[in-house]
Ligand binder design. Structure first.
Ligand code: ADP
Ligand code: MG
Length: 684
């Protein structure tokens, strides 16, 4: 027997649906041969399995048993994606319900299959086909702006866009008025004459009469298989295809009158390549466009899920900025203490935290300071410090400030170099000179824009001459910018009236020498204070390096805690996106089925929905970053905290919001991609 020209070969095809425990068999051993170029109508009562058969033929569904040979190859072994690619290259579908994408122009609907097949020149091809079906004036209309007949013409153009060899039409005229039906049928006939094989399902005899071969199905079996060539002559031709109805040679032995232009010669080369095409830029931009369409169709819903991410990202940004700022402020303060510095305070360890409290409070004197300076060769510098609050008056303005009496070497140890004027000298200290160096807040409060250097002010009613001003320690430095500095002798004798120091700062040669220096000071001080071995120290020694590392460790923990809490709100936002995407997938089940039927692979559907969720989360991320920066700045302005917005924290939040879109969008997208095309199309 001559095998050439056989397109479709069905052998004993069965299809059963699981209904509860039982199997409901719809196709009960169906065998059929269809050759290239035929126009076959499949008829039968409603529920007889016509659509089921059509879906198996169109690779949207697999038979329960039996073999289906398409273009010489058994398709049983093809994966879902291979079927999708095969569909996109060789098969066009026309449905009763038109199945155009809503809110999408005719032109975009027509060229959609070309995205999946990766064919070039989409728009030209789409326009050409729309002109061919007489829709050149409706290219930018959306389905809801078209009549049923016009929608079906768009659907016909879409079925043709990839130059298919076979067109499956499932009751293509079921929703059309008579005149429109005639037009669509005439088109199908014309297409058939151009060499395309047409398989059409209908339950109306006068529709079926347009075909050249009519199959009757009943109870899942073929009842009759009639050559309609003789009858066909009596059917009036549609308006778009005047006359010239094909005088076909009898089916099924009929060869196609003119083979399709691209019809391959030999059987082996007939079967197309089913490797997935690369994802193109245009495909990518269609996904973005479709995501935007879906988002704008559900504005409130999209806005709410964007809001979830927005709140999450903005709190991450603001919290990190506040945390980093706090850390920076504390570090700046600690840094100004110097890291090789050991502090010595009076007072027993039991009075820790209540410095200055009465009781067994030991006093440090300038004599102690001199002795400590000599305690170890590793001590490079030492300054003693006496402090107390004072009232400063300049003309009609006054301010309460902390006075620090220090020695002149304070300036070099603590890096406190005046920006105007100078620091005091050792001679001024020895002479108890009434000179003062003031910090920026004092300048601002008392002098405004006036230059304070050289001016005289009163401290606790005693005249002092301003000799210098210190620069600000920076935002977050707190009361450090509030202080005034005088020589320590002046402070103790003339202002504070004390012989005791508040503390002394001892600078060591290097960090390694600190423990030895501390031990030497402890021995010395115990000896000077005549402490018997059973008594505890009546002074406290503190290592700044140690304090620095514990404190900055604490602030790090604090800011990561803030970030963590904010990240949780981002996760909550992510769950919101997942929820919306699941709803979206559910709502668009039919759309997914349609996209698959015109050649979308699982990967393509997955990508489409992932892009949609990432778009939502990125939008939330961008808005959240701006809001977060705004909130951080407001906090800094009104609470006066140092906030620090770093590029890494912005990049981190952005990356986080993208990954929220990917992670939380993946499951819904995967769910969408795994829908069976047949079930998705039947979904109500
Ligand atoms: P028609 O010939 O009208 O196109 P169909 O092929 O759509 O008929 O359906 C044939 C039979 O299969 C019907 O009785 C229908 O109830 C049943 N059927 C179709 N799809 C399913 C399904 N997914 N699960 C169970 N039964 C189904
Ligand atoms: Mg049907």
């Amino acid at each position: 027997m001559n095998e050439t020209g056989v397109l479709i070969q069905l052998d004993n095809i069965r299809r059963a649906y699981k209904m509860g425990a039982a199997d409901l068999e719809i196709l009960k051993g169906l065998s059929l041969t269809i050759r290239q170029g035929e126009f076959v109508a499949i008829m039968g009562p409603s529920g007889s399995g016509k659509s089921t058969l059509m879906q198996i033929l169109g690779l949207l569904d697999k038979p329960t048993s039996g073999t289906y040979t398409l273009m010489g190859r058994d398709v049983a072994g093809l994966s879902e994606d291979e079927c999708a690619i095969l569909r996109s290259k060789t098969i066009g579908f026309i449905f009763q319900m038109f199945n155009l994408l809503p809110r999408t122009t005719s032109l975009d609907n027509v060229v959609l299959p070309m995205l999946y097949s990766g064919l070039p020149n989409r728009l030209e091809r789409g326009k050409e086909l729309l002109r061919e079906v007489g829709m050149e004036n409706r290219m930018l209309h959306k389905p809801n702006q078209l009549s049923g007949g016009q929608q079906q013409r768009v659907a016909v153009a879409r079925a043709l866009v990839n130059r298919p060899q076979i067109i499956f039409a499932d009751e293509p005229t079921g929703n059309l008025a008579t005149a429109q039906s005639e037009e669509i049928l005439a088109r199908l006939q014309a297409l058939n004459r151009s060499g395309i094989t047409i398989i059409m399902v209908t339950h109306e005899p006068d529709i079926a009469a347009h075909a050249r071969r009519i199959l009757h199905i009943k109870d899942g079996r073929i009842l009759s298989d009639v050559d309609n060539a003789a009858v066909a002559q009596n059917i009036p031709a549609g308006p778009a295809a005047p006359g010239a109805l094909p005088m076909a040679s009898p089916a099924p032995t009929a060869a196609s009158p003119t083979p399709p232009p691209h019809a391959p010669e030999s059987k082996s080369s007939m079967f197309p390549n089913v490797r997935p095409p690369k994802i193109s830029v245009s495909e990518f931009s269609e996904y973005i466009a479709s995501a935007l369409r879906a988002m704008s169709a559900n504005r409130v819903r999209s806005a709410l899920s964007v809001l979830g991410i927005l709140i999450g990202v903005s709190s991450v940004i603001a919290m990190l900025a506040i945390g980093n700022g706090a850390q920076k402020a504390i570090e700046a303060r600690l840094q100004s203490l110097g890291s090789n510095v050991v502090m010595l305070f009076g007072g027993a360890p039991s009075s820790r935290g209540v410095r200055g409290a009465a009781g067994n409070y030991s006093r440090l004197t300038l004599e102690d300071a001199k002795a400590v300076r000599m305690a170890s060769p590793d001590i490079v510098e030492l300054y003693p410090e006496a402090e107390g609050d004072v009232e400063i008056v300049y003309q009609d303005k006054n301010k309460v400030s902390e006075m620090q009496g220090v020695t002149p070497n304070y300036a070099s140890i603590r890096n406190a170099h005046p920006d105007y004027g100078r620091f005091f000298t050792e001679a001024e200290n020895e002479n108890e000179a009434r000179v003062i160096v003031i910090c920026p807040n004092v300048v601002k409060k008392l002098f405004g824009d006036e230059n304070p250097v050289g001016k005289t002010l009163k401290i606790n009613r005693v005249d002092f001459r301003v000799i210098g001003t210190l620069p600000s320690k920076g935002a977050g430095s707190g009361d450090q910018d509030d202080m005034v500095f005088t020589p320590i002798h002046t402070a103790m004798k003339r202002v504070l009236g004390t012989v005791y120091l508040h503390e002394m700062a001892i600078e060591c040669a290097n960090p390694q020498s600190i423990p030895a220096v501390m031990a030497a000071i402890e021995t010395l001080m115990r000896h000077r204070h005549r402490l018997p071995p059973y008594k505890e120290n009546d002074f406290r020694l503190r290592n700044n390096a140690e304090v620095q590392s514990t404190l900055s460790g604490t602030t790090k923990t604090f800011s990561s805690l803030l970030g963590f809490v904010a990240a949780i709100s981002l996760l909550v936002g992510g769950v919101g996106i997942m929820n919306i995407m699941l709803v979206s997938v559910n709502e668009r089940t039919r759309e997914i089925g349609l996209r698959k039927s015109i050649g979308a692979t699982r990967r393509a559907i997955l990508l489409q929905f992932l892009i949609e969720s990432v778009l939502l989360s990125v939008l939330g991320g961008l808005l959240g970053i701006s809001l977060g920066i705004g909130v951080a700045n407001l906090v800094s302005r009104f609470a006066g905290w140092l906030v620090l917005i770093t590029y890494p924290s912005i990049a981190l939040s952005f990356a986080f919001s993208v990954s929220v879109g990917v992670v939380f969008g993946y499951w819904p997208a995967r769910k969408a991609s795994r829908l069976s095309p047949m079930e998705a199309l039947r979904y109500e």
